[in-house]
Design a protein. Sequence first.
Length: 345
Amino acid sequence: MRRKINNLLAIVLLCWTPAVRAQQRPYYTQYILNPFVSNPALAGIENYWDVKLSYRNQWTGIMGAPKTIYATAHGPLKIIPQGSETTFTVHQADNKTLAQTHWNRYKAITSHGGIGFTMLSDKAGPIDMYSFNAAYAYHISLSTKASLSSGIAMGAQGINVHANELNFGAVNPNDPAVTSNNMVSKIKPDMSIGVWLYSAFYFVGISAQNIVPSRINYSQGSATGSDGLLVAHSTFIAGYKFFLSEKITFLPSAMVRYVKNTPFNFDINTKFQYSEIVWLGLSYRHSQNFAAMFGMNINSKLNFGYSYDLTTSRLKSSTTGTHEVVLGILVGSRKRVVLSPRNFW
């Protein structure tokens, strides 16, 4: 056990850097459907390969508004023993008994490793960011009911600036501080780390992305005034599941983001799920928007989620809202519900 915990701590502490200055990572309204996209510690948490595809069209109607596409896939390095599976549907008289039965049946997963991959494209105006990374996580059972995982993801990210899309007005159409090339590309390292604590009813996770600070200069010559810095982004996620009836569960969750020298930003989500098949949810993002969400587990192989965000910021008169779609493909899953962690999302 001590060796396993030391392995986890080594991953957590590796390259944890504190510098953060500006929001440079995409937002996800449906973070609860795929927390792996921001926390590598979830790699291999299921007993199958979990593939997610997502498209987000933010602030529809505004030219140059952000558009984000990603594909993720992760799974265990070995088959997790069947003893760590749990079935969620039970037939009891009251909600307290339902919760107690689920707790009694739940078993923490056996220690194992997992791997995963992420491809992401995020375009906003003349700036186009893309990245690819590979993740590794190790999961251990802290007790018969709780598990802990720690993960690291490493790869590369490219940032393109399309200078021909910049518009400085008729008076000074060309800014000498901007490169004369039509497009300039910069490739920088991309590294993330995270931890994830989970049990029969709750999960808590913390992660950091962009932990390798990289300076980028798109100007002509050696001027440093226009240099940019890719900085770390810290994320905290937590949630808890309640039984409202034999077939209805309620999952409130929250995500808090922190970037140094910028205000804290947080999301609050609520998700009501019926019979592990269909779910509805609401979301609120601090000082920005409300969102409605809907999703369905079509069968043991396919699921999807859709969200519509209505902004409350100064942009509300210029946009018709934000659309986000997440499609899930479960490779190797034989049941609609396999490991308890999947019940949360």
